[in-house]
Design a protein around this ligand. Structure first.
Ligand code: CO
Length: 183
């Protein structure tokens, strides 16, 4: 798709409360959903990410986009209403980043494989197994739909190591969203 988009998302950063909400299931599989997914993919690539969850663009809805190559192409994946049906394989540590935590990276332990039940943009039900980096991205992005964040998954030592950077994010958010403080 190369049509110009009328949606231009910005990435919501920690500690915006939308990142803590449990996202709502998608019920309408129409053009709006397709536009949202396309705009999320464009935002992901423009931000040099490999995955993005709808809450990260301020939408509390159960949509994930990813591309493990960090580029547009046949590996683009859009998962609507994903559910983790099974996890398998060895627990593996891997350094994760998150567009909502710019500049912060931390080792997170997750199982290597996962089986995901999801819907595509047409609403078709699909079940697929993923492994390696793609499985890692999906598990990270799925956390976003449950309001679970990188800061929750990192070790206490990493949380301490990143304390100043996390505090900087809190202060930047408070400055950029003054009304949100009184919510
Ligand atoms: Co993330």
């Amino acid at each position: 798709m190369s049509e110009p988009l009328d949606l231009d998302f910005v990435v919501v950063r920690y500690p915006d409360p939308v990142l803590r909400q449990v996202a709502q299931p998608v019920t309408e599989f129409g053009p709006e959903l397709k536009r949202t997914a396309e705009a999320m993919l464009q935002r992901m690539i423009a931000s040099k990410g490999v995955g993005l969850a709808a809450p990260q663009v301020g939408l509390s809805t159960r949509v994930l986009v990813l591309n493990p190559n960090g580029e547009r192409g046949p590996d683009d994946l859009v998962l609507v209403n994903p559910a983790i049906a099974a996890k398998a394989g060895e627990d593996t540590w891997y350094e994760e980043g998150c567009l909502s935590f710019p500049g912060i990276y931390a080792e997170v332990k997750r199982p290597d494989r996962c089986t995901i039940r999801f819907q595509d943009l047409e609403g078709n039900a699909i079940e697929r197994e993923f492994d390696g980096f793609t499985s890692r991205i999906i598990q990270h992005e799925f956390d976003h739909l449950e309001g679970v964040l990188l800061v929750d998954r990192m070790s206490p030592a990493d949380r301490l190591r990143h304390r100043a950077a996390l505090q900087d994010l809190v202060e930047s958010w408070q400055k950029s969203a003054p009304t949100a403080r009184v919510r």
